[in-house]
Unconditional design. Structure first.
Length: 233
């Protein structure tokens, strides 16, 4: 066990030295040990993982971060991240985690996002942020209009390059109580049927909307939600 401990410490030390030397971020703008420890305390990441996240963030615009480690990257720059590119909610995710709501972020906001969306984040945290992402108008409820936008993002053919056939459409509608992961634009009546079933399944107080408590109750029972709601750098 001592050998494992020594090996891990050496690996972390080498990572930190590499971080200080890297052309993307000179030592003058690097985070020191106390700052890394603070990031570790405030996130679900280790110091080594924080360094890795910082490297990925800096790689999106090395020159800007070299000049100022606290520089804000635009939403368009952050969307270059491969792990975000395949997510249909990528722009909405950035909007939710950015301070001003427009998707632009500095490193601390980016780190917070990656921490909350990591596999280490607890289920309740994931549910809270999933609710915020689906609550497009920010009124504290997921309504029919919010679910329409969810379906629109999930059903864009440009995301998958595939089309739904008639039998596949029927299967999506039949499974709508547990999943609305779609591959193509659905017809209006199909969208309405899915939305009706989702609200019927999750709306515990029958007010026609999904509150956070409704959503939390539904997601707690949802198989695979915790595993699927994550981004790993």
């Amino acid at each position: 066990s001592n050998k494992i401990c020594i090996s891990f410490k050496l690996s972390y030390y080498n990572e930190y030295k590499s971080y200080l030397r890297m052309g993307q971020c000179r030592s003058a703008t690097a985070y020191d040990q106390s700052e890394l420890e603070e990031f570790q305390d405030l996130t679900y990441f280790t110091k080594r993982e924080v360094l890795h996240v910082q490297k990925r963030f800096a790689s999106l615009n090395p020159e800007k971060i070299r000049q100022n480690r606290d520089a804000v990257l635009t939403k368009e720059e952050i969307l270059q991240l491969d792990e975000l590119a395949v997510n249909p909610f990528k722009e909405r995710i950035l909007e939710v985690f950015s301070d001003n709501g427009n998707g632009d972020m500095n490193f601390e906001q980016f780190l917070e996002m990656m921490s909350q969306l990591s596999s280490k984040a607890p289920l309740e945290t994931k549910i809270m942020y999933a609710f915020k992402i689906y609550d497009f108008n920010g009124d504290g409820h997921i309504s029919e209009s919010d679910l329409q936008q969810v379906i629109m993002l999930l059903s864009q053919p440009s995301l998958t390059g595939t089309m739904l056939h008639t039998d596949e459409r029927k299967q999506v509608i039949d499974n709508s109580r547990t999943s609305v992961m779609l591959d193509d634009y659905l017809k209006d009546e199909e969208q309405k049927e899915i939305i009706k079933e989702v609200i019927k399944e999750m709306d515990m107080d029958d007010d026609g909307m999904i509150s956070f408590l409704d959503f939390k109750h539904g997601m707690t029972k949802q198989d695979g939600f915790e595993e699927n709601f994550k981004i790993t750098l």
